[in-house]
Design a binder for this molecule. Sequence first.
Ligand code: GTR
Length: 426
Amino acid sequence: MRILKFILGGLTALIALAIVGCSTVGLPRVSTGPTNFTATPDLLAPYGGMEQVTTAQNWREERAPFWRNMLLSQVYGTIPAPIAPEIVSDRIISADILEGRAHLREVQLRLTIGEHTFRQDVHFVVPNTSGPHPVILGAGSCPNALILPFEGISAAPGVSYPGYCESGSEFMHSVATFVFGRYIEVPPLEQLIDRGFAYGAYYPGMVIPDSIETGMAALSSIREGEMEHGPYAAIGTWAWVAHRITDYIETSGELDADRIILFGHSRSGKSSLLAGALDDRIAGVISHQSGTAGAALQKNDVGETISSITESFPHWFTPSYALYADRAQDLPFDQHALVALMAPRPLLLGNSARDQWSDPRGSFASARAAGEVYQLLGGDAFSAENLWDFDANADLAFQFREGTHGITPEDWRPFMQWLTVHFGSE
Ligand code: GTR
């Protein structure tokens, strides 16, 4: 029976490989020339009785809170209260990984939302050199025990996760790698360590699982009391998890709380960008292929629509967002407001040519519009002239490569350059 299952699994995977391989080549390639689309509304212009924003103070005190409230009430919902986590355990589980260049620290946190508590594990891979080290916090879509290539990681009981996380099946692992790139599950840890960066892996699905059924059930169990910006939703709660891990990092001796960089791909690109936008303690964000409800504009009508995303992933959003299905033009904001809330802190938006679904051109136009806020706050305006114009020195950087949705060496090369310029020790 087991053998039959194995053979069937293998055959399914082979067919999937063939289909994805063929369809990948057939995916449309986005135009890489300049885009003239202008994001609306202008983030600093007179709006709803407010005057033109001309000073950083005015942005910080009036307009930024206005956009923040708008995004939360219309897209992401209320963010749970910032209750500091309890550190249940914090121990080095291996002093000597990656050929002695790093150690592995396992931290178990207890997070609180209202009457409820949740276990959240984080595994930090930390260089065996003197710190404190800048730290990249990466949100994963599978539990750490199933993806990190190290022994001794405790698997939390009762955590739900997608079927494809079972890397016990080598075959499924190769399928994921083939389809979504070499670094879809784990980044190039050796390269990060050698540049002095620590990496913290966390699976926010430990708090709100990423599935309609279990995610909705978890959300409805915590949706109680007054929720200022509407019902909690998964993306906002995952962002809140990153904030609670930030609380932990502030207590750590070996991690540098002034150099916390969030990293997320796709759905985690959305939650990482939101987490950075909402919390100034986050020094930088790499938000890769974040698309709809991430960095990409909605009003340009390209890529995944609000109607599609709210049907496929209703648990990601507060219910108001679905009201804009088929009427994105009625949004009183667009996603450049989210990008601008990162200003003037470094932000890298990653994209690729055959990923129309996440709308690289919409992210580019979004960054360009947010650039005026970066400039107002003393950062650089967005200077890229076309999608290929990557500048590792830019505060607001746009990175682009050939290929499809996923994480490849062609992504990590520019990520690494940008990280080194903005957060490296050398
Ligand atoms: C897709 C979804 C996107 C993106 C992606 C991912 O199915 O439509 O918004 O988040 O999943 O996370 O890989």
